[in-house]
Write a protein that binds this ligand. Structure first.
Ligand SMILES: [Fe+2]
Ligand SMILES: [Fe+2]
Length: 377
């Protein structure tokens, strides 16, 4: 199926992505505005209000479509993470009539934001999970437990057939790749996001099963991160995610054996890449200086001029990159991480937790902490 020809921020008629697209970030936070039309009457629904970091852009984008924030009638929350809910505080302040839909388990935590919407509808109290708006439009509630929170709920707009799925179906993006619709090139980032944030394949598989039986069938998936999915690629992602090892699954020792040969290959390539950049001698100086109780030594046999992965490539690869790119060799870190990402994708290996995209911030936080230390320490 070909992808619809649409404006950058329009998902379909009556639904806009109003979140900030930030080409410098590898995690986009998607907020959506869905507008139901009944004659001349409009009902505006804000899906996952988003991160406080993005609020100025989210507000501006919302105001392009609604006259005033007071015109937004309702909001919904998938779960309680700050990238999903923080802007609720501002929306509720600006609009005393705002009403919301949220699961009880999510609200128990979100209430600590001290945002006070006029009224809340709890998803657990909605009969047959079917909400009817005053203008007759219907929204089907689709609980997706543990994807990634116990009380996560996806919202299915039966008119446009868009499923607002929260973090499920979200993805990391390559820097600069912030187009609206996802395609095959974006799969690695989608897989990596799920491997990091979803607790176990069983939860994802359960959720995908619930989504596949929705009637009428879903045409578009609009997640809270990454790309809108539609057409054949949407079905491909559903099928792949239902069988992707994520979270806890990746810790299973049987998997380690299954993937060891692949990780060994990637491990050798990382050593080779690093040797091209900083020299083989430097690499083995660094590795041989590691203390006897260093975690990497549990997984890697380190000799004078060679090193071989013995087990647990999922953990050893990030450790190796960390050690090789310390101090004066920091410049090779992102290159090595990109290599691992690409090769693990090529070889269908679970993608190790490389912390791609947060290094700069970690460095910034570290510097702040240093500047707080008393003089002389
Ligand atoms: Fe989340
Ligand atoms: Fe999220």
């Amino acid at each position: 199926m070909s992808q619809p020809n649409i404006e950058p921020s329009q998902v379909v008629e009556g639904c806009f992505l109003v979140g900030r697209r930030n080409p410098e970030s590898i995690l986009q936070c998607n907020t959506y505005l869905r507008t139901f039309q009944n004659g001349s009457q409009k009902t505006h629904w804000c899906v996952d209000p988003g991160s406080e970091l993005d609020y100025p852009v989210v507000k501006e984008n919302l105001l392009r479509h609604v006259g005033s924030l007071r015109d937004i009638h309702m909001f919904s929350l998938n779960h309680q993470d700050p990238d999903v809910v923080a802007n609720l505080r501002f929306l509720a302040q600006e609009n005393p009539n705002l009403v919301g839909v949220v699961s009880e388990d999510v609200w128990r935590l979100v209430r600590h934001l001290n945002a006070n919407p006029k009224k809340l509808y709890f998803t657990g109290k909605v009969k047959q999970n079917l909400m009817r708006l005053p203008d007759g439009h219907r929204i089907q509630l689709v609980p997706t437990p543990f994807c990634h929170f116990r009380g996560a709920v996806a919202y299915y707009d039966l008119e446009t057939r868009i499923l607002f799925s929260g973090d499920l179906f979200g993805g990391l993006n390559q820097p600069g790749r912030v187009q609206l619709l996802g395609s095959e090139e974006d799969w690695a980032g989608i897989a990596q996001f799920h491997q990091i944030y979803m607790p176990t394949r069983a939860a994802v598989e359960y959720a995908v099963r619930q989504i596949k039986v929705l009637d009428p069938p879903v045409e578009t998936i609009a997640p809270q991160h990454g790309f809108v999915l539609t057409g054949d690629f949407m079905h491909t992602v559903m099928d792949r995610l239902a069988s992707l090892p994520v979270g806890l699954d990746l810790l299973a020792s049987e998997l380690d054996e299954k993937y060891l040969a692949g990780y060994r290959e990637v491990f050798r390539e990382v050593l080779h890449e690093a040797a091209m950049q900083i020299g083989r001698g430097e690499i083995f100086t660094v590795l041989n200086k590691l203390p006897a109780d260093h975690e990497l030594r549990q997984f890697v046999k380190i000799g004078k001029q060679e090193a071989e992965l013995q087990s647990c490539g999922f953990r050893a690869l990030p450790l190796l990159i960390e050690e090789l790119s310390r101090t004066q060799f920091q410049s090779i870190r992102s290159q090595l991480k990109s290599h691992v990402l690409q090769r693990c994708t090529d070889l269908a290996l679970p993608i190790p937790q490389l912390g791609v995209g947060v290094e700069e911030q970690a460095m910034w936080i570290g510097m702040q902490a240093l500047s707080l230390a008393p003089d002389g320490e």
